[in-house]
Design a binder for this molecule. Sequence first.
Ligand code: ADE
Length: 231
Amino acid sequence: TGIVGIIGAMDAEIARFLEEMQQVETREIQGIHYHKGELSGVPVVVCKSGVGKVNAAVCTQLLIDRYRVESVIFTGVAGALHSDLDIGDLVISTECQQHDMDASPLGFPKGTIPFQETSVFPADPGLIEWAKKAGESIEGVKVLTGKVLSGDQFISDVEKVKQLREEFNGACVEMEGAAVAHVCHLSGVPYVVIRSMSDRADQTAQVNFLEFTELAAERSCLMVRHLLQQK
Ligand code: ADE
């Protein structure tokens, strides 16, 4: 089997993997540290992209070009949009979209990329099923599947939450997933995004993010570890 690329945006989101990886070989490419090794017997490359869509896109393209990964899993934290989601709960992406893409003055619907046939990037059905099974083995945590929205904005406003839910039907919002999805789509590489909720993207988001990122990042890691164990 091929190599699985695992990306997180921040240190907390990949720390657990680095602790557990065997026979790690680290290479720095364009400022990103790529850690090649094994997790649960699966060959992986784990890396920290940094925050935002451009960082995530560069990181993903390098994983594809330099490591020929067979699939990409993004793990990390997000702000909840769906009302059923509590802090710590998990979302498995069915698809991703860039909510901050807006050429509406030219007549293009918000969130759609002009002159491009796809703006909503579907996650890989096999990886989604795997993730769902992995989710069933984690007790006391709700796992939803739904659309992950990404933009270069930290959302902390209820009106914006309402808009993202109503306009794009987003389950959660973060800052990288749709960039990873877009890059994977262009190269035909299967991907899935797994996110645990650190906050509700409302006026309490800053405080919650600081308090719950560690817990949420760990939950998301746990989910990915369970997924790899089933592979
Ligand atoms: N990641 C975690 N919480 C977030 C939020 N509220 N907005 C954007 N990205 C996030």
